[in-house]
Ligand binder design. Structure first.
Ligand code: ADP
Ligand code: MG
Length: 699
């Protein structure tokens, strides 16, 4: 038996069980070994029932004497009671509320391990445990295997369909018995400097911890054995990423020239003084652009932190070098907004800015495409329409992608392929911790704007229930009297835009006719024609419309500094990132801004989301909470096909080990202590990349 042996070769695993295991991706011996316990229980101190004392946490092993749902007056609670006794002849009563299902679990005569808090029921005069953890011990164990489940620190596995933790424990044990010690591929210098146990020891001790293990460390996944496995998984991943990057670095790219003339042009364009953070990131970008290899940079910055102007600076550099710039945006509104902004700041330099979205007629598009193909347009801004095959550039030098999390890797590529290794700048307002970003977007360098433009006051966020909405309206009224403007946003309900449009239309009627008859109100949603959208945006921007009722189409893109109130209706239906984005539409000017979250009915996670927003305006903190509340899978979405599937490591729990692994990997690839080590590592990654991380290629 070796790591690649199919699990059907393990004693006790027939086709039916193999199929169950397969459903969790467990096909070969290696997979089962990577399926580590999710917690551990100390059953080393097993007592007899007679030895139990009230108040202590204890494990007993006893036989089922009786088991039944108890008396009719308690039936509504579904109380299930079972009695256990052992050689000491004392009995223990165990109770489970809503335990009806246990009728099919316990049968008289079974041997069971019970773990829980011992109490004395003075009414019945007996020892009890309420809701103890339990594990059925009777089963088809081989000789010697009974000791796997008690009398030690016991690994607890997540069940796989009908396969219980107990069965999985037995299988894992059988595999470990049958295997020869595993070859350790981790470079020896790392094992020494980090004092890591060898692979074979680490695997065995993670599944079956030695008697003197620290239970707290085990359950925190920080014993040396667990650390080693987590580290190793991250290490190979980071080595793969480092190799990929070093390969990308050898591609020929454009070496943009940045002399005093170009610098003067950039200065002439700037409408304001950049913040320190903006200066720092533009320097990082400039350094990349000067190099004769393609830039691949991710620009992270909270909503309103001023990413656009940084992109504009990069654009000026590219254009002054005789190249064209493409800017891809996820929504028509954002593209339109960028169109206006770039026209405004770049026209004084004499550049031609073109907007290309799906709402143009094909004749119009044809003309615009011609401008692009002939190189007469310097900057081309657009939505997915930009990705169409027949959009050809004469000389694309810089591709900018805004809100990149809305696009997949392939879309990024299809834009980049319109040039010859152009520089690429992707921007996101969903910031995540740096090391995580560098891992997930492995081929990207990361720049962070961590400072807001001067004079911004943090947005004040308040929560209101639907029956307090009158107060919300009178607050809006006062703000409008002071000269400010407001947004009122409705969610898209169950993916149905029609519904949301209807709700927004209805509310528009209500607000414009009944609540604010004297105030000009505008309506914005995805079903409006491009002209109507543009028209209402323009009127809102100029302050002729005071209240803009909208669906979430305004989530990104609106930039009206005079707007100071954001009212979000049915806020419980929005995700955290989306709420934060919407809130970011206000707080863009000097006046104090407000975000009012109006909710109807909430569950616990909705409440947690609302609380997070009321408490914080920090985009990094909010994304981290979002990641925690939704879990990595949902957070990054399927579009982010670069997300590796980790087995032992957990990106949320093990951030600090990821940092260490990344540092060591980068160092190892750049300065391998000996070339034989590096050669072995490269081969190892090539052979295991797909299988370990579900990623397609290293190179
Ligand atoms: P985001 O990072 O969300 O894309 P924007 O680029 O839209 O942010 O910038 C938000 C607002 O802040 C815009 O109105 C922009 O003109 C303004 N802004 C950006 N940087 C500065 C600065 N250094 N000084 C003053 N205003 C700035
Ligand atoms: Mg932006």
């Amino acid at each position: 038996m070796d790591l690649t042996t199919p699990l059907t070769y393990v004693k006790g695993i027939g086709p039916a069980r193999a199929a169950m295991l397969e459903s969790k991706g467990l096909a070969a011996v290696e997979d089962l070994l990577a399926y580590v316990p999710f917690r551990y229980e100390d059953r080393s101190n097993v007592k007899t029932v007679a030895q139990l004392a009230p108040g202590e946490m204890a494990t007993v092993i006893a036989d089922v004497r009786s088991a039944k749902a108890s008396g009719f007056h308690r039936r509504s609670l579904g109380l299930f009671e079972a009695r256990f006794s052992d050689a000491s002849r004392a009995t223990l009563a165990c109770k489970w509320f809503h335990g009806g299902y246990l009728a099919n679990v316990f049968a008289e005569g079974m041997k069971v391990a019970l773990f829980g808090k011992v109490e004395f029921d003075s009414y019945a005069g007996e020892l009890t445990m309420l809701h103890p953890e339990f594990e059925i011990l009777s089963g088809d164990d081989e000789e010697g295997e009974a000791t796997l489940h008690t009398g030690r620190i016991v690994p607890i596995y997540e069940g796989v369909q009908k396969l219980t933790t107990r069965v999985l424990r037995v299988f894992t044990h059988r595999v470990l018995e049958a295997l020869a010690p595993l070859e350790d591929n981790l470079p020896a210098h790392l094992r020494q400097s980090l004092k890591l146990p060898d692979l074979w020891t680490a695997v065995r001790q993670t599944h079956f911890p030695p008697p003197d293990s620290d239970l707290r460390l085990l359950n925190a996944f920080r014993t040396p054995a667990q650390f080693r496995l987590i580290f190793e998984e991250f290490f190979w991943l980071e080595c793969g990423i480092a190799l990929k990057r070093s390969k990308a670095r050898t591609l020929p790219g454009i070496a943009f020239d940045i002399d005093d003339r170009v610098r003067e042009r950039v200065k002439a364009m700037l409408p304001f003084k950049p913040t320190g953070a903006q200066k720092r990131v533009i320097k990082e970008i400039v350094d990349d652009m000067k190099e004769p290899r393609p830039m691949n940079r991710l620009l992270q910055g909270d909503v309103g932190s001023g990413k656009t102007i940084v992109a504009a600076e990069a654009a000026v550099i590219a254009i002054e070098n005789g190249y064209q710039v493409a800017l891809l945006a996820p929504t028509e509104i954002l593209a339109a907004q960028h169109g206006i902004y770039f026209k405004q700041i770049l026209s004084k330099l004499g550049y031609v800015v073109v907007l290309l979205t799906g709402s143009f007629t094909s004749r119009e598009k044809g003309q615009l495409k011609k401008l692009v193909a002939e190189g007469l347009a310097h900057v081309v801004i657009g939505t997915h329409a930009l990705l169409e095959k027949d959009v050809e550039f004469q000389r694309l030098g810089l591709a900018i992608i805004d809100e990149q999390h809305r696009f997949g890797v392939m879309q990024r590529l299809s834009l980049v392929r319109k040039g010859v290794h152009p520089d690429v700048l992707v921007m996101t307002a969903t910031p995540i911790p740096r090391t995580l970003a560098m891992t997930l977007y492995g081929d990207l360098d990361v720049s962070v704007i961590d400072e807001l433009p001067p004079g911004r006051k943090p947005i004040q966020t308040k929560h209101a229930t639907a029956d307090e909405v009158e107060q919300v309206y009178s607050f809006m009224k006062r703000q409008i009297e002071e000269g400010r403007q407001a947004y009122v946003v409705y969610p898209v309900i169950e993916e149905s835009e029609t519904q949301a449009v209807k709700a927004a239309e209805k509310m528009y009627q209500h607000l414009s006719q009944e609540v604010f008859p004297d105030v000009p109100v505008g309506l914005m949603h995805g079903r409006l024609s491009a002209d109507d959208k543009e028209d209402v945006m323009q009127r809102f921007r100029e302050g002729r419309v005071k209240i803009l009722v909208s669906t979430t189409v305004i989530e990104v893109g609106m930039d009206v500094p005079n707007a100071s109130v954001m009212v979000i209706e049915q806020a419980e239906r929005f995700g955290l990132a989306q709420l934060h984005q919407l809130r970011g539409r206000v707080g863009r000017g000097a006046a104090q801004s407000y975000c009012l979250l109006v909710t109807e009915k909430m569950n616990d996670t909705a409440r947690a989301r609302i609380r997070t927003l009321v408490e914080s305006t920090d985009g990094f903190y909010i994304s981290e909470m979002d990641l925690k509340l939704r879990g990595p899978g949902e957070f990054f979405g399927t579009k982010q096909s670069g997300l590796p599937s980790l087995r032992v490591a957990n990106i949320l729990r093990d951030g600090e080990i990821l940092e260490i692994a990344r540092r060591e990997a980068v160092d190892f690839i750049a300065h391998p202590p000996d070339l034989e080590d590096l050669r072995r590592a490269v081969t190892y990654i090539r052979d295991h990349w797909q299988r370990r991380y579900g990623l397609v290629t290293v190179g």
